[in-house]
Design a protein around this ligand. Structure first.
Ligand code: ME8
Length: 509
């Protein structure tokens, strides 16, 4: 098994505060990074901020602050969010760092040496909001296809010979059918590339806030060449150190659907041109709307992730975002759906199950963890087999970034356990058959232990509280601890449980 795993988020523009969309992408990466660590991989999880370009320069000007101080403060908001959301990124990269700038210049020099960059003149449309060039045919009613305003730009520019990479890109897509997911996004990319590629302007000469082009003070690099290179910077490619060889190519670049073209066309073309290995996968997730409406500053309906955590709780928010919407689809944030998930999936299905079972053990067995049945019944076996099969199905779902499917599979076992507890009625067995009651509680404890281990990537704090209650030692919480052979090492004595997943009650008006 390949033991290393490198996952990246987009680096976010520091023109504004982070919102739910930014939190969502990084959360998905965090869940996957945590999953892979628990599954025995050596993980590198990178996030950071994209601090150059005209959009950031304009935002700084508007705030009346020099761009560096402005980016320092806005980048800090993203770093604070990562702490607040309990993201486990190994590194937070900033594109204004000296090391990153030097890495961009190294890549640039290689592309120059290999003859893939030449000086010319750009005349065409540019959207500052998208930091993207658009052709005449892409303009709709005087706007970018994304709806962003465009301006006419004419300036000297360096170009990357993107047009020469069409066939190689198509051949690469053909040979790597999992390179872009979901497949609908991959089809869009293939048809875009099949339609022909124009050389790409990779420098700007009308402002200064960017990585200087080597040997030409009049130009700064196009912000996307600079930004994409962050994935290499973080590996130590600049100094060719061991980290680079250990971690490149990336296993997953997680992005939103708005920026898949940059990651699935431009980035592989730059890398091929520099003779560097290509990332294994680009996953483009969908967009969140708020109660059915597009999220936008002008509508005033931007969802602040801090506010969600304040009101609903951290793990509740994390669970909702990954469970509610099939990953890859667009999703709508509805308060009622959030409350439903908290009260039904978390408080009732998992929280009550675990409280009920532990309380019965405390009450009826003096807190002593019962032994597994020596001769399990068909019902016992059915539930235990469902538990033991769970890791492999959740692993498949997570490795395809289908987080909602993985969570659904866990909750199917939790529902099964709830049916089992009702059918077996351990509270009644207390009077009629105490040894059988103990067996039933042992099977249920095993189910709760398995599910608690498996929900750690999505709800790390709550899962830990649950595993603390079950007295599972901290070195027995990884995925190697799941399954038949491992359940016998279980601890001995538990105490009266506290609710880990409280119900959400709407505050009185
Ligand atoms: O594009 N729903 O940065 P950015 C879901 N700097 N995700 C959303 C979202 C929404 N409503 N809004 C934003 C950039 N996102 C570049 C990236 S990478 C080398 C450079 C998420 O600040 C989603 O992941 O505009 C999207 O791709 C990203 O934020 C865009 O962030």
């Amino acid at each position: 098994m390949d033991k290393r795993f490198y996952i990246t988020t987009p680096i976010y523009y520091v023109n504004d505060k982070p919102h739910i969309g930014h939190a969502y992408t990084t959360l998905a990466c965090d869940a996957l990074a945590r999953f892979q660590r628990l599954d025995g991989k050596n993980v590198k999880f990178l996030t950071g901020t994209d601090e150059h370009g005209q959009k950031v320069e304009e935002a700084a000007n508007k705030a009346g602050i020099d761009p560096q101080s402005f980016t320092d403060s806005v980048s800090q908001n993203f770093q604070d969010l990562a702490v607040r959301m309990n993201f486990s990124n190994d590194e937070f990269i900033r594109t204004t760092s000296a090391r990153h700038k030097a890495t961009c210049q190294k890549l640039w020099n290689i592309l120059i040496e290999k003859g893939h960059i030449y000086l010319g003149k750009y005349a065409g449309w540019y959207s500052v909001r998208d930091e993207a060039y658009y052709t005449e045919t892409e303009i709709v009613d005087g706007k970018a296809p994304t709806g962003a305003p465009v301006e006419w730009v004419e300036e000297p520019s360096y170009f990357f010979d993107l047009s020469k990479w069409q066939d190689k890109l198509l051949a690469f897509y053909e040979a790597n059918p999992d390179f872009v997911a979901p497949s609908s996004r991959f089809n869009e990319i293939k048809s875009f590339v099949s339609g022909g590629l124009k050389d790409l302007s990779v420098s700007r000469a009308s402002f200064k806030w960017g990585v200087p082009v080597p040997n030409d003070d009049d130009h700064v690099m196009y912000v996307w060449l600079d930004a994409l290179t962050n994935y290499l910077t973080a590996t130590g490619w600049l100094d060719d150190d061991a980290g680079y060889k250990d971690h490149w190519p990336a296993d997953v670049h997680m992005v939103g659907k708005d920026i898949v073209r940059f990651h699935a066309v431009y980035w592989p073309a730059f890398l091929m041109a520099a003779d560097l290995p290509l990332p294994k996968r680009v996953y483009a997730h969908g967009w969140w709307t708020n109660e059915g409406q597009k999220i936008s500053k002008s509508v005033g309906n931007v969802i602040d992730p801090h506010a969600l955590v304040d009101e609903f709780g951290l793990d509740q928010t994390r669970y909702f975002l990954l469970r509610e919407v099939p990953f890859g689809n667009d999703g709508d944030f509805a308060r009622s759906a959030m409350i439903q998930r908290i009260n039904s999936d978390l408080a009732n299905d998992l929280g009550n199950l675990s409280n009920r079972v532990q309380s019965l053990i405390v009450k009826n067995l003096e807190g002593v963890h019962p032994d597994m049945p020596s001769a399990p019944t068909a019902d016992d076996r059915e539930l235990l087999e469902a538990c033991d099969g769970l890791l492999s199905s959740v692993r498949t779902s997570f490795s395809q970034q289908q987080f909602h499917e993985g969570l659904k599979a866990i909750w199917e076992v939790i529902s099964r356990a709830n049916r089992y507890v009702d059918n077996q009625a351990p509270w009644a067995l207390k009077k009629t058959d105490p040894p059988r009651m103990a067996e039933v509680l042992a099977v249920l404890m095993e189910t709760i232990r398995t599910c608690a281990i498996l929900v750690q990537p999505v709800m790390p704090q709550s899962a830990n509280s649950l595993l603390d209650q079950l007295k599972v030692p901290s070195d027995k919480r990884d995925f190697a601890a799941i399954g038949g052979a491992r359940r016998d090492d279980l601890p001995v004595h538990i105490e009266k449980p506290q609710a880990v997943f409280p119900r959400f009650v709407e505050a009185e008006e």
